[in-house]
Design a protein around this ligand. Structure first.
Ligand SMILES: CC(=O)N[C@H]1[C@@H](OP(=O)(O)OP(=O)(O)OC[C@H]2O[C@@H](n3ccc(=O)[nH]c3=O)[C@H](O)[C@@H]2O)O[C@H](CO)[C@@H](O)[C@@H]1O
Length: 349
C-alpha cells in the first residue's frame, strides 16, 4: 500500500503546488500526510483542504536556537516516519523541508523534490543529489546542474490549483459583471501582499479610477489592507480586498496583471496566457522567474523604485488591444501540460 508524505510550508507559493499534487493522489485513494511548521500558513491552509497535517516547531536557520529546534524536530520526525511508514516522500523546498529530508535519508525512504523557481533554492540544492527525481518548473534551471545529475530532472512546469484549468474568459467576465468594452487590471502581490505595489496603486488611484472603462481588482495582502486603503474615499467599481480566494477566476477575466514574480504566479500567468507587469521581490530569485516571461515578450519588468511607472505602463498597455494580444500569444509559447498529473505519473503512483 502506497503512502505519501508531503513536506511544505512558509508561503502560498510552496503550499499550493503540494496541495494540487496531493489532491490528484487522494483521488487514487492513496494515503497522505503533510508535515510543515506549526507557525506558518500551512497550518491553516492544509487542514482546511482536509489533509492530515503535523506542524513542527521549527524556525528559519538564523540563530543557535533555531539550529537546536531543527535538530529536535529532525529526531521527532525520524520517530514519526518510523511509525507512519510512508513509501514515498515529496518536498517543496525551503528550511521547513529539512527535518523530513534528513529523516528520509536516515530511514532510506525514496524522496522526490519539486522546485518552483527558475533558480533552485538552498534546501533543494543540498538534497537533490539523493533524490529519486527533481521536478522543475523552468527548463533553464538545468543550465547550472552538473551533467551527471541531469537525468534526475524532469521539466514539468509548476503544479497549479485545478481551478486554473478549463476556465473561459468570457464566462468569467460575465460572472463578474464586466462589460465587453471594460478593461480588467488585476493587482496581486505574492501570497503575503506587496507594500511597494500597494503604494504605487495608491499614488495612481485617481488616474486609474477616472477611466470608467477600467475595472480594478486589487489584493493588498492580509497585513496591508488598512494602511493601503485608509486614505481612499471613493472606491467606485474597484474591488479591493486583503486577499482574493478566487484568483483563478479573476486572472482568467483579467486583461493584464500587475504582480510580483513568485514562481506560482508566473506559472499561473503562463497557464492563462496573460500579459503582465512584473515587479519582482528582491533577494529571493524572483528576477530570474520574471526574466522567463520577459524573454519571450510576454511581460515587462519594473523595480520597487519604478513601481509607479509600472502602473502607468499597465494603464497604457491595457488600452492597446493589439499589444495585449501580442503579449498573450508570446506567453502561450511557454505553456506546459497539467504539471500535477505529470508529477503523479513520474512518481509511479
Ligand atoms: C517573498 C517570498 O519568499 N516569495 C517566494 C514565495 O512566494 P509567494 O508564495 O509569495 O508567491 P507565489 O507567486 O509563488 O504564490 C502566490 C500564490 O498565492 C496566490 N494568491 C496571491 C494573492 C491573493 O490575493 N490570492 C492568491 O490566491 C497566487 O495565485 C499564487 O498561487 O514562494 C515562491 C515559490 O517558491 C517564490 O517564487 C517566491 O519568491
Amino acid at each position: 500500500m502506497e503512502k505519501v508524505v508531503f513536506t511544505t510550508g512558509g508561503t502560498g507559493g510552496h503550499i499550493y503546488p503540494a496541495l494540487s499534487i496531493a489532491k490528484k493522489i487522494r483521488e487514487k485513494n492513496i494515503d497522505t500526510l503533510f508535515i510543515g511548521t506549526k507557525h506558518r500558513m500551512e497550518k491553516d491552509i492544509v487542514p482546511r483542504e482536509n489533509f492530515r497535517f503535523i506542524g513542527l516547531d521549527i524556525l528559519p536557520l538564523r540563530s543557535l536556537k533555531s539550529i537546536f529546534k531543527m535538530i529536535a524536530a529532525t529526531i521527532s520526525t525520524i520517530k514519526l516516519l518510523k511509525k507512519e511508514k510512508p513509501t514515498k516522500i515529496i518536498a517543496f523546498g525551503n528550511y521547513i523541508t529539512i527535518p523530513v529530508l534528513v529523516a528520509s535519508n536516515v530511514l532510506k525512504i525514496p524522496y522526490y523534490l519539486q522546485e518552483q523557481n527558475h533558480t533552485m533554492g538552498q534546501a533543494n540544492k543540498w538534497f537533490y543529489k539523493g533524490a529519486k527525481k527533481v521536478f522543475i518548473a523552468f527548463g533553464n534551471t538545468l543550465d547550472r546542474i552538473k551533467d551527471k545529475y541531469k537525468n534526475k530532472f524532469v521539466v514539468t512546469g509548476n503544479p497549479l490549483r485545478e481551478e486554473f484549468y478549463g476556465k473561459e474568459r468570457q464566462e468569467e467576465r460575465r460572472k463578474l459583471n464586466i462589460k465587453d468594452d471594460e478593461r480588467v487590471i488585476l493587482v496581486i502581490g505574492g501570497s503575503l501582499g506587496a507594500k511597494n505595489i500597494n503604494e504605487a496603486i495608491l499614488k495612481k488611484w485617481k488616474t486609474i479610477t477616472e477611466d470608467k472603462r477600467i475595472r480594478l481588482f486589487w489584493a493588498t495582502g492580509k497585513d496591508n489592507y488598512e494602511a493601503s486603503t485608509c486614505k481612499i474615499k471613493e472606491f467606485g467599481t474597484a474591488v479591493v480586498e486583503p486577499y482574493f480566494e478566487n484568483v483563478p477566476e479573476l486572472m482568467t477575466a483579467a486583461d493584464i496583471v500587475i504582480c510580483r514574480a513568485g514562481a506560482s504566479t508566473i506559472s499561473e500567468l503562463i497557464q492563462l496566457e496573460k500579459p503582465s507587469i512584473l515587479i519582482p521581490y528582491d533577494f529571493v530569485g524572483q528576477k530570474e522567474n520574471a526574466d522567463v516571461l520577459e524573454y519571450v515578450n510576454g511581460a515587462k519588468i519594473f523595480t520597487n523604485e519604478t513601481a509607479e511607472n509600472a502602473v502607468d505602463e499597465a494603464l497604457s498597455i491595457v488600452r492597446q488591444a493589439s499589444m495585449l494580444e501580442f503579449m498573450s500569444e508570446n506567453v502561450k509559447s511557454l505553456k506546459k501540460g497539467n504539471s500535477a498529473e505529470i508529477i503523479v505519473k513520474e512518481m509511479g503512483l
